[in-house]
Design a protein around this ligand. Structure first.
Ligand code: ATP
Ligand code: MG
Length: 638
């Protein structure tokens, strides 16, 4: 084993075969693989072909065999005031029961099963049960609108859909069944069965012959024993859509063996997570972070995973509690926590004293991913909880971090505002997007790209559309067959990357090229600002000008037009001082919320379209339509 992070990473690039063969020993194989890597058909790659394994076996069975009484899953819901724990052996039984239920409904290896579920334990059981049977799961964010759900039903063509009567958010019940029924009516594909978990939250109409109650099948198969299907490492484990921040979401298809190995390797080396410890990821199972780091990653690594249904600012009994997460860290002795910058910005509007009220001695680090982590937010949470805060950059497509620090190999040397460097297995390149030329100098701006082959765990292809995979990801940079991340970045003299925004978020202002991120970072450093979105808006004179939409930490700061103008002037002054007048936004508008995707990403393209008076396009991934109305109002006033 290498001693430094740099050596570890170098090994993975110098001799990937040996490196990954070594990492592959972290999981169980029913039959050893024939080869580590098959690169005979670029840009496709097959990892560990010929090897037989199973995700569920690695996540559940093997731990149930050695540590039957260890807690595997803890579920806490502040929505319905419940706290439950499953040991590895109890989890195994639940998963086998679910697998038997799916089998009874006709699910076979290779069939798709679509999950449209809230954050309840049955969602985890269902994912693992699919993996157990070699069925392909396709999780759709619970509560997604029926039109987006219908499109996903038609794309996945599931044999069975697993759903629930309702989800709950901030105490508000959202009935899922009517949305699901509507989606099935809209879709041209019809599932043979719908397996319904009844939480007793909302009445749900039953379609005779099609809908089946989980409670009935659960009782029937309570002691079922269902063996794992040994599948090839290259067998598709799931499909999942990207967040839809930049346009129509892409259906990512993932393998089995490479994914298991990448996750198993990432937990100790990146996150410093170890068997028997508790892991808390605040994400949603509808997103890749939930797949990799609520369900599969921590379980494969033999950790206890804490799954939470509820808002970060709500406690039990419907009481507001901005310290609920830290309360849970204390209670369950969480060692590793994983969240997102968006969630931390929500906490930023709360009293910082809440961060200090609980005993966080078990916690070693907080990892954040999903959006640029601006330095002021990173500092705020780091100082608030007194723990290392580590940014990690990745995508639905990659399945696990691309850029971050190997905290478990060598204590992280974080650099504020940067997720760090490429981790093992990734050949990260910074390229000129027009010429394809590699930028090797310090502080040059370019597109972040990845060389062939992508490491284990990354997407196999676009589900049902190999051509789209090749065209979208591998042909976007002229003259080079590299994988484009569509993110714009800069690398400093020590090799640390800084993500500047999406390639289509670059603002061209009077000949200067600026990433929206740079301006947002500057504005969010103002103590009165909780959150901000910057977009480029077409301007007859300058080509483009920057427009900023900011959420104040305290609404009183913008209570009157005079106050708002004063704060706007302060914010502009700050941008002048930190970036120069070229970056100064034409206007800073104050709003109470920003439009985001269900996975919490700023929908800058939508804001930009509204500002330019264009049709905002595909809004199916939009979380809260009210936020859009605020932007409309503010943009009209501008
Ligand atoms: P779509 O591809 O459908 O437009 P999306 O790119 O938002 O949506 P995801 O796969 O959920 O879908 O998000 C990955 C993207 O999120 C990255 O490409 C990057 O733009 C952004 N991102 C993730 N983590 C970070 C981070 N730590 N710092 C900066 N940006 C990040
Ligand atoms: Mg993307």
């Amino acid at each position: 084993m290498a001693t430094t992070a740099a050596e570890f990473i170098q090994q993975s690039l110098d001799d990937p075969e040996t490196f990954w063969a070594e990492q592959a020993r972290r999981i169980d194989w029913h039959k050893p693989f024939d080869r580590v890597c098959d690169t005979s058909n670029p840009p496709f790659v097959q990892w560990f072909p010929g090897g037989l394994t199973n995700l569920c076996h690695n996540a559940v069975d093997r731990h149930a065999a050695t540590h039957p009484d260890r807690a595997a899953l803890v579920w806490v819901s502040t929505e319905v005031d419940q706290e439950l724990t499953w040991t590895t052996s109890q989890l195994l039984q639940e998963v086998m029961t679910m697998a038997a239920a799916l089998q009874e409904l006709g699910v076979r290896q290779g069939d798709r099963v679509l999950l449209y579920m809230p954050m309840i334990p049955e969602a985890t059981f269902a994912m693992l049960a699919c993996a157990r049977l070699g069925a392909i799961h396709s999780v759709v964010f619970g509560g997604f609108a029926s039109t987006s759900l219908a499109a996903r039903i038609d794309d996945a063509r599931p044999a069975v859909i697993v759903s629930a009567d309702a989800g709950s958010r901030g105490g508000k019940v959202i009935a899922y069944k009517p949305l699901l029924d509507e989606a099935i009516a809209l879709a041209s594909h019809e599932p043979a069965h719908v397996l319904m978990v009844d939480r007793g939250l909302a009445p749900a109409a039953v379609v005779e012959g099609r809908d089946v109650a989980w409670s009935t099948l659960r009782a029937r198969h309570a002691h079922a024993s269902v063996p794992c299907a040994w599948v090839d490492a290259t067998h598709t484990s799931y499909t999942l859509y990207t967040s839809g921040t930049t346009g129509k979401p892409k259906g990512v298809q993932r393998d089995t063996g490479g994914y298991a190995v990448a996750l198993a390797a990432s937990i100790p080396t990146i996150f410093d997570g170890h068997p028997g410890e508790t892991w808390f990821c605040t994400s949603d199972i509808g997103w890749v972070v939930g797949h990799s780091y609520i369900v599969y990653g921590p379980l494969i690594a033999g950790m206890t995973t804490l799954m939470v249904e509820g808002l970060p600012i709500q406690g039990f009994g419907g009481q507001p509690d901005g310290g609920i997460w830290w309360r849970l860290v204390e209670k369950y002795k969480v060692s590793v926590m994983f969240s997102s910058p968006t969630a931390i910005r929500v906490l930023k509007k709360q009293d910082p004293a809440l961060l200090k009220r609980h005993d966080l001695s078990s916690l070693r680090g907080l990892f954040l991913a999903g959006e640029p982590l601006d330095a002021p937010t990173a500092e705020w949470i780091r100082d608030g909880i007194g723990k290392p805060v580590i940014d990690n950059y990745w995508q639905t497509e990659s399945g696990w971090p691309i850029l971050t620090l190997l905290n478990g190999v060598e204590p992280a040397k974080t650099r504020l505002g940067s997720p760090g460097k490429a981790v093992f297995g990734y050949r990260a390149l910074l390229l000129d997007e027009h010429t394809g030329e590699e930028l090797t100098g310090a502080n040059q701006k370019g597109v972040l790209a990845l060389g062939y082959p992508l490491p284990p765990g990354c997407m196999q292809t676009v589900w049902g559309d190999d051509e789209r995979f090749v065209q979208t990801y591998w042909h976007s940079i002229p003259g080079r067959q590299v994988y484009s991340t569509f993110d714009w970045a800069v690398r400093d003299e020590d090799g640390y990357f800084f993500i500047l925004g999406r390639t289509d978020d670059v603002i061209n202002c009077a000949g200067h090229r600026l990433g929206t991120r740079e301006i947002e970072e500057s504005i969010s450093g103002h103590p009165a600002i909780a959150e901000v979105a910057v977009v480029g808006v077409a301007d007859a004179l300058k080509g483009q000008v920057a427009m900023a939409f900011a959420v104040p930490r305290d609404a009183a700061r913008v209570a009157t037009p005079e106050l708002a103008r004063a704060l706007e002037a302060e914010v502009m002054k700050r941008v002048d001082e930190t970036l120069g007048a070229v970056a100064r936004p034409a206007r800073v508008r104050f709003v109470s919320g920003l439009p985001k995707t269900r996975s919490g990403k700023l929908l800058r393209r939508t804001i930009q379209a509204i500002c330019e008076g264009r049709d905002p396009g595909d809004l199916t991934t939009l979380d809260d339509p009210a936020a859009l109305a605020h932007i409309r109002g503010a943009a009209d006033a501008a």
